[in-house]
Design a protein around this ligand. Structure first.
Ligand SMILES: Nc1ncnc2c1ncn2[C@@H]1O[C@H](COP(=O)(O)OP(=O)(O)OP(=O)(O)O)[C@@H](O)[C@H]1O
Length: 470
């Protein structure tokens, strides 16, 4: 079947041909691989959505430019591909970048068009995820989209910018290499979960599981069976096949126990016993099982103080906290602000039709703000700005909290509408409003649990929503 030549253009064509061309373009854009077409002069004549995302070149508007011209603006290292192009070779090559990961590139020539080249880009992390799903493997890292994957923090850059962060992360890496357990401490939203993921990928193989457990989100009555699993018929309502717990799901990899301070006292003794010898019992079973799991934990509470109040076992604390990684609040690492703002805006612009550009004034206010909700608050604030539009007079008032002297609780009357051309859906706008209300409640009441009670929702809802990626 021959299809009409396709170009990104609005030129009119007789109905059926145009529909067909549009369909082809839609197919091109929805391909799970990135595709870049170069003409005989080496210029980019087509690039699909996935290739724009993988190459990070969306803002650079690469159409009509050569790969050599745009490569320096891309986070990927294009040198091996440029060398293949220069040598007129075809074949495959792997290229990498710290924050995008590993990309498998194929380079093919088009026989009928001398000099024309088709490059395909495959993000191997995405395919690894698909492979796991296909094999029925649980992938609790809950990686939901390629975009989300690419928004993982650029710790290499952040470590260059902040010697403190560099020192603390290096400490955690050394500890895990030596088999010591680490505990990551710091206020909510400083990035403890992201750091745990980074440590996991530093010491583990790509296929090893990373299981994140939010101890605050599991109801006390279910804690033991969730963590250790259960045998068939162990209790009313239990699945007749029994079930593996999160500890078993993490076998061979990392179990990340987030908000460890929230673990019920009754369970602390069982966890302690597991930490001592790696042995545990499923609920309703008498057969001891063993797993090989690396444990990283995190908290925003002072566990030793809790131990003094008999709310946390001191012996458990010392089992978990062989090495401590205290993460400073964002207001004490202002050197990261420019980088984070730029990165979040790039991420937001990947989803917008009209790119968001901040005025110097608003940027100044964002840099002066103290971020009681840390990196999470910065990310959410930028999304709110994206949703609310670029109304310079309205924004600071609407957002209420940009005055550093007044880390205010914003009014519960955020307007639900933004500018009509900001590319945001109703869902985005409602989500931004909701996130603001939750953050304000956490700030006002001092903990997620109290915020949940004040907002009339269960703690699981608050935990899930504050965990949601941008
Ligand atoms: N270093 C970072 N660079 C970029 N984004 C980050 C960084 N750290 C955290 N984030 C983003 O900020 C948000 C909060 O991060 P994270 O969940 O890791 O914080 P946390 O300290 O574990 O919070 P909590 O104590 O509430 O569990 C997430 O959206 C995350 O992707």
């Amino acid at each position: 079947m021959t299809l009409p030549p396709v170009a990104h253009t609005n030129q009119s064509a007789p109905g059926a041909e145009l529909d067909r061309a549009r369909l082809l373009l839609a197919a091109f854009d929805s391909a799970p691989d990135g595709i870049i077409v170069l003409d005989g002069a080496g210029r980019i004549v087509q690039i699909n959505r996935e290739a724009l995302a993988i190459s990070g070149l969306r803002d650079r508007k690469p159409l009509g430019q050569t790969l050599d011209a745009v490569a320096p603006d891309s986070p990927l290292n294009w040198t091996p591909v440029q060398e293949m192009l220069a040598g007129r070779h075809t074949g495959e090559v792997i290229i990498r970048s710290e924050n995008i990961g590993t990309v498998f590139v194929t380079l093919r020539r088009v026989a009928e068009m001398p000099g024309a080249v088709i490059l395909t880009l495959r993000d191997l992390a995405v395919f690894d995820h698909a492979r796991r799903m296909a094999s029925g493997q649980r992938d609790p890292a809950s990686f939901t989209s390629t975009v989300e994957r690419r928004l993982r923090p650029d710790f290499a850059r952040q470590r260059q910018l902040s010697p403190y962060l560099d020192r603390i992360i290096a400490r955690g890496e050394r500890a895990l290499l030596q088999g010591a357990r680490v505990i990551i401490t710091g206020e909510s939203g400083v990035g403890k979960t992201e750091i745990a993921r980074h440590l996991h990928s530093f010491v583990a193989n790509a296929a090893d599981p990373f299981v994140a457990v939010n101890c605050a989100a599991i109801p006390e009555s279910l804690f033991e069976s969730e963590l250790f699993g259960y045998e068939k018929g162990a209790f009313t309502g239990a699945s007749s096949d029994g079930k593996k717990g999160l500890i078993e799901a993490a076998d061979g990899g990392t179990l990340f126990l987030d908000e460890i301070g929230e673990i019920p006292l009754t369970l602390q003794a069982k966890l302690l016993s597991f930490l001592e010898d790696g042995l545990f019992l499923r609920v309703g079973s008498t057969r001891l099982r063993r797993v090989n799991v690396r444990i990283i934990s995190a908290t925003n509470r002072d566990l030793l103080e809790m131990a003094g109040e008999r709310k946390f076992r001191e012996d458990l604390y010392y089992r978990l906290a062989v090495v401590n990684m205290p993460i400073k609040p964002l207001r004490e690492m202002p050197e990261l602000l420019d980088h984070l703002i730029e990165r979040f805006i790039t991420a937001i612009n990947q989803r917008r039709t009209v790119p968001m550009v901040l005025s110097a004034d608003l940027l100044g206010r964002l840099k002066a703000y103290r971020y009681p909700g840390n990196i999470r608050e910065l990310s959410n604030l930028l999304q709110q700005i994206s949703v609310l539009g670029d109304d310079e007079d309205e924004l600071p008032r609407r957002l209420g909290g940009l005055d550093p002297a007044r880390p205010a609780v914003a009014p519960a009357t955020l307007p639900a509408t933004g500018s009509a051309d900001d590319g945001q859906t109703l869902r985005d706008r409602v989500a931004a409003f909701e996130m603001r209300a939750i953050e304000d409640a956490i700030r006002l009441h001092g903990s997620k649990r109290k915020a949940a009670a004040a907002l009339g929702v269960d703690i699981g809802t608050i935990v899930r929503k504050t965990k949601k990626e941008p």
